[in-house]
Design a binder for this molecule. Structure first.
Ligand code: HEC
Ligand SMILES: [Cu+2]
Length: 371
C-alpha cells in the first residue's frame, strides 16, 4: 500500500510537471517564432520602402483577429479549461486520499482497509460524467469545424488563388471587376478589412501549409489537389505567418505577410498592381540585360517578360521584403540578392547569374524603378 501511495504521489507530481512544462514551452515557442519572423518586418519598416502604417500583428494563436482564428481560440480555451478542471479534481482526490488515509504512526494492524467492490453509484458516476464531458467536447468541436471549413465562398468574398512554391508564395487575384484582369503578386497578400477572403490553395511542387495564426488555422497546400480556406481580418495590420509544413531546406524562409487595410487603401493598392510596369528610359540598359539574361525566363515583368517560374516583378518595389520575407527590400539588399541569392537564402531556386559590376548596377537600377 505504501508503495502504491508513493507511486501515486510521484505520478501526480510528474503530471503536474508535464503540465507546467507544456504551458511554458508554448509561451516561449510563440515568443521565439515572433522574434524570428518579426526581425525582417521591423527592419523593413525602418528602411525607406513604403513603411507600413499599420501595426504588426504577431503569429500568436492567443491573439485572434477574425472569425476562424477566434473560434479556434475559444474552443482551445474550453478544452484547456475542461482538462485543467479534470486535472485538479483527479489530482485533488489523489492527494486527499494519500494524505488523509495514509497509515498512521501508531497503527500496527496488518489488515487492509475496507475494500469496496461493485458500488453501483460510483460505477454510474464515473461512466456518466466522462461521457458528458466527451459529448460536450465532441459537439463543440464539430460545430467549430463546420463553421470554419466552408464548402463555398462566403457572401461577398474576395477571391484569391494561393500557390505555394519552394520557397515563396504566389497570390493571384481573380475578380473580374479588376478591369485589367488578373493581378499577380508574391509573398505579400493585401486584403481589405471586414470582408471575407476566400483562398483557393494550390501547390507548384511539394506540400506546403498556409498559416497566419491571428487570422485562421492551418490549411495544407497540396500539389494536384485544391484546398480552400478563408479568413476575415477585423482590424488593420500586417499579419505575420509562416509555411507550416516542412517543404525543403528553405521551409523556415517561407514567411507569410498579410496586409489588411481599409477598403479605400486596398483599392488604391489594387490600382497600383493593375497598372502596367513602369517604363523608364533612363534604365533601358538594365532592362535589356534583364531581357537578355535568364531573368526573363523565370520572372514576369508585364510587357517585358513572361517567365512563370519565379515571383512576378512587375511591381516589385511595392513590396516591403524580398525572398518571402527573408530580408527587407531596399537598394542594398536588392543588389546583394541579384548578385548572389544563395548568400541570402541558401538553397533557394534562383542561381547567381554572375553579372559583372556594371551589369549588376544596371539591373538593380532597373528593378528599383518597378514601383
Ligand atoms: C532559374 C530561375 C531564375 C532566374 C534565372 C532568375 N531568378 Fe530571380 N528568383 C527566382 C526564384 C525561384 C525566386 C524566389 C526565391 C525565393 O524566395 O525562395 C527569385 C526571386 C527574385 C527576386 C525577389 C522577388 C521577391 O519578391 O521576393 C528578385 C528581385 C529577382 N529574383 C530578380 C532576378 C534577376 C534580376 C534575375 C536575372 C539577373 C533573376 N532574378 C534570375 C528564380 C530565378
Ligand atoms: Cu512551404
Amino acid at each position: 500500500m505504501l508503495t502504491l501511495q508513493t507511486n501515486l504521489i510521484r505520478a501526480g507530481a510528474f503530471l503536474a510537471l508535464c503540465f507546467l512544462i507544456t504551458l511554458s514551452c508554448d509561451a516561449s515557442a510563440s515568443a521565439f517564432a515572433a522574434a524570428e519572423i518579426c526581425a525582417p518586418g521591423t527592419a523593413a519598416a525602418a528602411s525607406s520602402t513604403a513603411p507600413p502604417t499599420v501595426p504588426t500583428i504577431l503569429p500568436n494563436i492567443f491573439d485572434p483577429h477574425g472569425p476562424p482564428a477566434r473560434m479556434i481560440h475559444d474552443l482551445s480555451w474550453l478544452v484547456l479549461g475542461i482538462c485543467a478542471g479534470l486535472f485538479i479534481v483527479v489530482e485533488g482526490m489523489i492527494f486527499y486520499g494519500v494524505i488523509v488515509y495514509r497509515r498512521k504512526k501508531n497503527d500496527k494492524s496488518k489488515d487492509e482497509p475496507r475494500q469496496v467492490y461493485g458500488s453501483n453509484p460510483v460505477e454510474i458516476a464515473w461512466t456518466i460524467i466522462p461521457l458528458l464531458i466527451v459529448f460536450v467536447l465532441t459537439l463543440t468541436t464539430v460545430r467549430t469545424i463546420r463553421s470554419i471549413e466552408l464548402t463555398k465562398a462566403p457572401e461577398g468574398a474576395l477571391n484569391v488563388v494561393v500557390i505555394g512554391h519552394q520557397w515563396w508564395w504566389e497570390f493571384r487575384y481573380l475578380d473580374d471587376s479588376f478591369l485589367g484582369g488578373e493581378v499577380i503578386v508574391a509573398n505579400e497578400l493585401h486584403v481589405p478589412i471586414n470582408r471575407p477572403v476566400w483562398l483557393r490553395l494550390e501547390s507548384a511542387d511539394v506540400i506546403h501549409s498556409w498559416w497566419v495564426p491571428a487570422l485562421a488555422g492551418k490549411m495544407d497546400v497540396i500539389p494536384n489537389h485544391t484546398n480552400y480556406t478563408w479568413f476575415n481580418a477585423e482590424s488593420e495590420g500586417l499579419y505575420l505567418g509562416q509555411c507550416a509544413e516542412y517543404c525543403g531546406n528553405q521551409h523556415a524562409g517561407m514567411l507569410l505577410r498579410v496586409v489588411a487595410s481599409k477598403p479605400a487603401e486596398f483599392d488604391a493598392w489594387l490600382q497600383t498592381q493593375i497598372a502596367p510596369a513602369v517604363n523608364d528610359a533612363s534604365v533601358a540598359m538594365g532592362r535589356d540585360i534583364f531581357q537578355e539574361y535568364a531573368c526573363s525566363n523565370c520572372h514576369t515583368v508585364k510587357g517585358v517578360s513572361d517567365g512563370q517560374f519565379a515571383p512576378d516583378l512587375t511591381h516589385l518595389m511595392s513590396r516591403q521584403t524580398i525572398a518571402s520575407g527573408v530580408t527587407p527590400l531596399d537598394p542594398t539588399t536588392l543588389k546583394a540578392w541579384i548578385d548572389n541569392p544563395q548568400a541570402l537564402k541558401p538553397g533557394c531556386n534562383m542561381p547567381s547569374l554572375q553579372l559583372d559590376p556594371q551589369e549588376l548596377d544596371a539591373v538593380t537600377a532597373y528593378l528599383l524603378t518597378l514601383r
